[in-house]
Ligand binder design. Sequence first.
Ligand code: PEP
Length: 251
Amino acid sequence: MRRKIVVGNWKMNNTIAESEILASEVLAALGENFSGCEVGIAPTFLALEAAGRVIDGSEIQLVAQNCHYENDGAYTGEVSARMLNAAGCASVIIGHSERRQYFGETNATVNLRVKKALSEGLNVILCVGETLAERESGVTDAVVSSQVHEGLTGISDISSIVIAYEPVWAIGTGKTASSAQAEEVHFLIRTIITELYGDIAAEALRIQYGGSVKPSNAAELFAMPNIDGGLIGGASLNATDFAAIVKAASH
Ligand code: PEP
């Protein structure tokens, strides 16, 4: 049985001081209620250490929102996996649709980042998902399939990887994929993983759903057989809502 995983992606929100407050609120709101579910928070790079100090000693994991594929060097504005590891991160989100859409990331650069993060001992949340135009033109399966294949090229062990299916049209829009729509793509992803890595690895892989998950729709989504938790944007900025989503995944 796969352990569910819920991660709050705080995106470009909160100063260091505000991140400390939100991390304390999350800690208090979760209490002891999340056994059975893995939980992480992903503050901005700047607030990682401060938020990390707040959750230190708890079961909440520190997650970064991106990493570069080199260790150091002339890459102005970037942060490497090695640095994230040293800052106490357990995991890193790679290939978020906002990175692909606004910062020119491609399946190839996503793949380089995934490989580097794994080699630095970080767990990876690899994001995939189609745009509205792609869904409407009937190429969802092809798009997600190439994101999975190309994102994982050259990687032989996926035990430290979680895949997040995040339909771009559902992110931050208030439009959630129905549980049936999400399950269909999650099933496709697990099928691709079975073909690439075999039954045991595919059964063990956690596939999160992301896209306007809220306390009111979390339980229905997480009840689907191939949905193993959520990557939560907007609702993760409110500790009470985030805790309610974690609770929904903990049942
Ligand atoms: C996300 O950014 O990963 C996300 C799912 O955002 P939201 O929950 O706000 O749609």
